[in-house]
Each structure stands twice: as structure tokens, then as C-alpha cells.
Design a protein around this ligand. Structure first.
Ligand code: PEP
Ligand code: MN
Length: 336
């Protein structure tokens, strides 16, 4: 249920409602819009909404029928803009997140970050904990990998986005990363996403391999219900019957999400297609469809990459792609 306050409602009037609904077993989440304050009442028992409509300062009470509430555009009509240090994600910004699939060495991250920074990239990606299909494949450098990411990102004034695979890794990721990534395989790890609701760093939630948009938003809701409103969605391709590409990047999910949710959405055409030559066209499609950014795997030497070399761009290819995206950005009202 959403309680929309009148434009001139006082803080006192908002507080009275919060006390009332909390007493009825609801959690109160306040969203300060440009004109109205909106109180989201989540949980609790069914109550007669007229009891709330009678309070001073209330404009209207809206029942939300969708199962995700805090993630919905009804609760917050304005786009969420996430500010991390001096970088903004969402709104008018088009974000570039790039780097190797996995951290392999200090030298590798140094070479890559140096090139990316010169292209204007502010968010460095690189996994230290890798969810690999095979237990025999490289599993990541763990804390050492995170230390490398932090050290190099600080040198180039970049942010670090890196994956958290389980609850026990949260403190390490909070220590070294700026944005915690939840991988596709963990989207419905409800224990993990619930815990991420209690941290004060943004979470980038990748869409599960076979998750519907509704299920994806429900996982975002888990994080938000814990108090962490800084959730970034990432469309990374879903499993379909098609096997010409590794996954099917669901471009249509971008405008669908934009309509029903205020959360920023990033496209990952690297995992979405699995093929280097498909990354640029799908990135162009993603920005044109309204994405708030892309996350792309870039490796200085893809032939020798320990993970996902075939879908990693050479730095020069990424540089060319950025030039193309800069041409499209103004058409869709984005700054790049
Ligand atoms: C990744 O981005 O490193 C990754 C493992 O992606 P996904 O979870 O989408 O497979
Ligand atoms: Mn990868």
C-alpha cells in the first residue's frame, strides 16, 4: 500500500502515519518525491484504507497489486540515481563498466585499467570469486584479487564492481569493492540477497538464467526491504532454445523494466552473447533501448585470458564502441 501525502504535508503528519502503520505490523519506507512524500507500507495485515485516508495530510491511498513494491515505479515515480563517490549511475548518465572477466594478476589489471581510464571508463569490473560451471576451472584469486582491484582502481580514481557469491564473503567485498555484484546463478539465493539489504553499498543484481522479470524484481525487493535502496539491475541474457549465442540478451527487458521500475538497468552483452563480434552491436542496441549503461568484458590479451576470452573485447574494440555509443546517447537523452 502506498500512502501519498499532500504536497504541503508536514513532517509531523508523515510521522503520525508511520507510527500508525507500524503499529499495524507494517514496515514504513519513505520516498521523498519532487512534489509528494510517499510512504510505502509493506507487510502487515489487510487494513481498511479509509482509516488512513482520514489522517491529516493524506492525499490518497493506493493499493499496490504487484508483488514487488519498493522496486516499483508506483512507489517512486522518479528514476533512482545512485551516487558512488563522484560517479552517478542512472538518470541521465550512461555508465561504462569494463574490465576482465576475472582478476588474474596485478600486471593484467594495471594494463587494462590504464587503457580503460584513458577512454573515460570510471567503473572497473573483475571477479575475484568466480562461479564456474566446472569445479576444475579457475575459481578466482579471492581476497588477493580484490586487493589488486582496489589498489589499481584507487590509482586511476575508478570504482570497483566485483561479485559476491556467498554471505561469508560480504565483509571482504564491502571492504574492497564499491559495488557488489550478485551473479546470475545467485539471483534467487534469497539468504544472500536478504543479507545484502543490510549493507550500505550498491548491489548490482544480475538476472537469473531463467528468471522472469517479475522474479528478478522480487529479488531486488529482498535487498530493498532490508533498507538498501541502491540496487542496479543487470540484464545478462537468458536461456532460450537458441544456441547460436551463449545466451539470448533480452533487449526488450530494458523498456519493460523502465516502465515498471525506477531502478537503473545495465546491459551485459558479453555474457549475453558469449561472442566478441556480437558485443558491439548488442551494446548499441542496449543504449538505444534505454539502458543506463553497459558492462563489458575487456582483456588486453583475450587469447590468454583465464576465463571468457572469446567474449572479451580487445581494448581498441571497446574504444571504438564508446565512440559509437557517444553518437547514439543524445538521441535517447543520455550523457556519455
Ligand atoms: C560475471 O559477470 O563475472 C558473471 C559471472 O556473470 P553472470 O553471473 O551473468 O554469468
Ligand atoms: Mn565472464
Amino acid at each position: 500500500m502506498l500512502i501519498v501525502m499532500k504536497p504541503n504535508a508536514s513532517e509531523e503528519q508523515v510521522n503520525q502515519i508511520v507510527i500508525f502503520i507500524k503499529d499495524k505490523g507494517f514496515d514504513a519506507h519513505i520516498s521523498q518525491g519532487e512534489i509528494n512524500t510517499i510512504i510505502g507500507a509493506v507487510g502487515g495485515k489487510t487494513i481498511d484504507t479509509r482509516n488512513i485516508e482520514l489522517f491529516e495530510g493524506v492525499q490518497e491511498v493506493i493499493k499496490i497489486t504487484s508483488s514487488y513494491k519498493l522496486a516499483s515505479r508506483m512507489f517512486q515515480p522518479e528514476d533512482t540515481v545512485i551516487k558512488v563517490k563522484d560517479v552517478e549511475i542512472g538518470g541521465e548518465e550512461f555508465s561504462l563498466m569494463a574490465g576482465p572477466c576475472t582478476v588474474e594478476s596485478l600486471e593484467q589489471i594495471e594494463i587494462t585499467a590504464n587503457k580503460l581510464k584513458n577512454m573515460g571508463v570510471r567503473i572497473l569490473r573483475g571477479g575475484a570469486f568466480k562461479p564456474r560451471t566446472s569445479p576444475y576451472a579457475f575459481q578466482g584469486l579471492g581476497e588477493e584479487g580484490l586487493m589488486i582491484m582496489r589498489q589499481v582502481a584507487d590509482k586511476y580514481n575508478m570504482l570497483v564492481v566485483s561479485e559476491v557469491m556467498e554471505i561469508s564473503q560480504i565483509p571482504l567485498l564491502v571492504k574492497y569493492a564499491d559495488i557488489l555484484q550478485v551473479g546470475a546463478r545467485n539471483m534467487q539465493n534469497f539468504n544472500l540477497v536478504r543479507e545484502l539489504g543490510y549493507i550500505n553499498k550498491p548491489v548490482m543484481l544480475k538476472r537469473g538464467l531463467s528468471a522472469t522479470i517479475q522474479e528478478w524484481l522480487m529479488s531486488a525487493e529482498y535487498i530493498m526491504a532490508g533498507g538498501n535502496r541502491d540496487v542496479i539491475l543487470c540484464e545478462r541474457g537468458i536461456r532460450t532454445f537458441e544456441n547460436a549465442t551463449r545466451n539470448t540478451l533480452d533487449i526488450s527487458a530494458i523498456p519493460v523494466i523502465k516502465k515498471i521500475s525506477h531502478l537503473p538497468i545495465i546491459a551485459d552483452p558479453s555474457h549475453g552473447t558469449g561472442l566478441r563480434d556480437k558485443v558491439a552491436p548488442m551494446s548499441r542496441a542496449a543504449i538505444a533501448a534505454g539502458a543506463d549503461g553497459i558492462m563489458v568484458e575487456v582483456h588486453h590479451s583475450p587469447e590468454t585470458a583465464l576465463c571468457d576470452g572469446a567474449q572479451s573485447l580487445y581494448p581498441e574494440q571497446f574504444e571504438k564502441l564508446i565512440k559509437d555509443l557517444k553518437i547514439i546517447a543524445p538521441v535517447v537523452g543520455k550523457k556519455l
